[in-house]
Structure formats: C-alpha cells, structure tokens
Design a protein around this ligand. Structure first.
Ligand code: FAD
Length: 387
C-alpha cells in the first residue's frame, strides 16, 4: 500500500534526524527512513564526540551559521533533556601563517568573536599537557568544545517523534523519483509518496545522489582512544581544551579531553589524509602502523597522551572537491532538497542544517547564508552551461 506524506526524509543520521524534527515541528506530516538503527555506528555520526568551535579557518562565511547552531543546541538540549554540547574552550595551534591559526584569527576578527592569541610559552603555561614548538602559537576561544553525536541524533529523533514524525528504521531506500510536483520513494519494504523529499545520505551520496553529477570522495578515518601516561587527571574537561594542531600544510590532528571518566581515555584523530573507500568496502580494522603514525605526531607535542591504546573505531568523511558542504534544492527537481558532502566538518552545524533544510523544503528558501553550498560550483564547466 502506498502512504502519502507532506515530506519524506531519507537518512536519519546527524543531518536527517535534525531535518525530520524541524519539518515535523512546523506541522508537516513527515516520514523518516533509515537503513540502520537510531544512533548507529555505520555512517559518519558516531564515536562519542565531535569538535565544535566558532572561529572557523575553513571560511568566515560559516560563522553566522555556527552562532545560530549554538542557540539551537541549547534549545534541543532543553527540550530533549539530553546533554549534547560542552564548552571546554579550544586551541587552534600551528605556525602563525598556518591555515589553522591564520584562518581562525581572520574569521574571529571579521565576526568580532571573543578569542585570545597565545604564544608557545603561554600555551604551555595554561595547558601543561601541550608542548608546542617555540615558533608555534594558538588561537584560544572559550566557545569551543565538544558535541556528543549519538546524543544529538537520539535527541532529534525523540523530538521528531514527539512532533508527530513517523520514523522507520532498518528500512533501506532502493530508489526515489520525482513524480509530477511530488516524489515517490521505494524501499526494500514499501513505496511512499510525498510532496517534498529531503535527502541526507551521508557516505551513501554517490548512490542516492548520482544525478547531481558531483564527485563525492568517501574517506576512511580512524578515531583513537589512548589511556594517558599518569592517568586522565591532567586531561579532564573542566581544565583541558579541545585542540586542532597543524603540524604542516598537509597534516592536522585534533583531540578531546578525557570526557568519559578515568577509564575512558582521551580521543584523538587525524583530520583528513585517510584512504578512499565506500560504505561497502571500508576496512573497519585498525592497523598497528596507523596507531604508530599518530603516536609519532603526539609524542613530541602531547607527550603524556599516547599511552596504551584502549580502543579505535573507523568512520567516513564525504568530501567535496573544495571541502565545502552541499545544501540546496536539487537542481533538476525543486521538490527535492539535498544535504551532503560535509567533508569531515559538518557535525557542529547539525541543528542549523536541520533548520535550513526545513526552510528549503517547506518554504522554498532560507534566510540563512548558504551560497557557499550551491552544488553548481562543483560541476564541470560544460554541465554548468547546459544544466
Ligand atoms: C572520524 C570523524 C570525525 C569527525 N569529526 C568532526 C568534528 O570534530 N566536528 C565536526 O563538526 N564534524 C566532524 N565530523 C563530520 C561529521 O560527523 C559529519 O559531517 C556528519 O556526521 C555527517 O552527517 P550526515 O547526516 O551527513 O551523515 P550520517 O550521520 O552518516 O547520516 C546518513 C544516514 O543516511 C542513511 N542512509 C544512507 N543511505 C540510505 C538508504 N538508501 N536508505 C535509508 N537510509 C540511508 C545512513 O544509514 C545514515 O544513517 C567527523 C566525521 C568523522 C567520520
């Protein structure tokens, strides 16, 4: 039997859970479809923590979205009763002309964000676990910290359900098609129709959004939890910031305080530089050589951190060529809205992306500045001229 809805959301991970909630909260009849279980670990939104920050070296254009996200996280925490965001402060470390430092500083100055610039001695004094080289500096901001991704997904699903959304798990979308002014979605279990479709496919973008013509690169990433030498006391979130450390133009790592108690270790990971994969072929095993590689970066810089490895897990980035997101109406079907290509830095935007997707799907436009995320920029010149 075919059931009909105002809007269908495909993918109930980080972004889709937020879109389903915001659409249902506006009174639309929403169906959410997800191939796995709520808060699963097969996509891009698991592993216990994500960095959030406001000074944004990737581009100052992201800052207003981050300011809105901070307000929305607060509302989602309040309404769901879940603990999602913790502001520990954050340091962006590197040489003064590095993208991490110079880009963060530029965006902080452009938007008047509160921040301090710290020289190497000041970094060591304020954060004794960190041991920068004498010519490295940092931008510190208090409004950085961590988001708990699984809690965010569960909170948005909870609020979506309370607002009347119908949410189906372990149901895989086989195909979708525009039909008249609406859409038809076929799963492994049923067929549904709706006036609007929102597609938040994460690493499955190459399958579900092949028609966009955009090349998405799926990248395997590893998260490592180390038991610091001397215990976690020096790494507690009350005094230890999140950090991003630019070693050189091609090498950044980032990490968190010990947010899971004395036995949970502290998480650290490389930012980019992983192997290309697909959701079907990703190697979920973590190899000794990769553990040794990250230890090599950590030993001189955070000497106490790389004690015994407690745990490691893989995750996928969905990269665009310029590492900016894709959030837009589908160029060929105005009733379809897409959100993908978050290029390893999307989670901190989840609630504002949900709001933007609800704007685009329900109203056809959004007051938020999203020009940077237009997929047309990623198309070969020939396709741009003849869409
Ligand atoms: C290791 C790692 C570290 C990261 N660190 C940070 C960070 O510190 N800060 C930050 O801001 N961002 C970070 N990110 C990026 C951020 O986590 C992602 O941008 C974000 O989680 C992407 O959300 P999403 O909704 O696009 O994908 P997902 O959460 O993966 O959601 C996509 C969903 O679609 C479902 N789906 C796909 N195909 C189908 C189908 N055919 N039928 C039904 N359902 C389907 C999937 O099962 C999945 O649940 C990190 C990512 C990784 C992997």
């Amino acid at each position: 039997m075919t059931s009909s809805y105002d809007a269908i959301v495909i993918g109930l991970g980080g972004m889709g859970s937020a879109a389903a909630y915001r659409l249902a909260a506006r009174g639309l009849r929403v169906l959410g479809l997800e191939r796995f279980t709520p808060g699963h670990d097969r996509g891009s939104s698991h592993g216990g923590s994500r960095v959030t920050r406001q000074a944004y070296f990737e581009d100052p254009a992201y800052v207003p979205l981050l300011l809105r996200a901070a307000d929305l996280w607060e509302q989602v925490e309040r309404d769901s009763g879940r603990d999602i965001v913790t502001y520990t402060g954050g340091v962006m470390i590197g040489r003064p002309d590095s993208r991490t430092v110079a880009g963060s500083k530029l965006s902080a100055e452009q938007w008047g964000l509160a921040h301090d610039m710290l020289d190497a001695a000041e970094i060591r004094r304020r954060f004794p676990t960190l041991n920068p080289a004498d010519d490295e500096i940092a931008l510190y901001e208090a409004m950085a910290g961590f988001v708990r991704p699984e809690e965010s997904v569960l909170a948005h699903l909870q609020l979506a359900g309370q607002a009347g959304a119908e949410l189906h798990f372990e149901e895989t979308v086989a195909e979708w098609a525009a039909e008249g002014s609406g859409v038809r979605v076929t799963t492994d279990q049923d067929t549904y129709t709706a006036g609007r479709l929102v597609i938040c496919p994460g690493a499955w973008a190459p399958d579900l959004l092949a028609g966009l013509g955009v090349d998405f690169e799926i990248e395997r990433q590893v998260m490592y939890w180390f038991a610091p030498e001397g215990g976690t006391a020096a790494f507690v979130p009350e005094s230890h910031p999140v950090y991003i450390w630019e070693v050189d133009a091609d090498t950044q790592f980032y990490g968190f305080p010990a947010i899971d108690g004395p036995d949970g270790g502290a998480k650290v990971a490389m930012f980019r530089g992983g192997r290309r994969c697909t959701p079907e072929t990703i190697d979920r095993e973590v190899h000794d050589a990769e553990v040794e590689a990250i230890r090599t970066h950590l030993r001189p810089r955070i000497p106490a951190l790389p004690g015994p490895l407690l745990h490691a897990a893989t995750c996928m980035y969905t990269n665009t060529a310029d590492e900016h997101f894709v959030i837009a109406a589908h160029p060929a079907h105005s009733q379809v809205t897409v959100a993908c290509g978050f290029s390893g830095h999307g989670f901190k935007f989840v609630p504002v992306v949900g709001e933007i997707l609800a704007d685009l799907a329900a109203e056809g436009s959004t007051p938020h500045p999203i020009a940077l995320f237009d997929p047309a920029r990623l198309l070969p010149a020939s396709r741009k001229a003849h869409p």
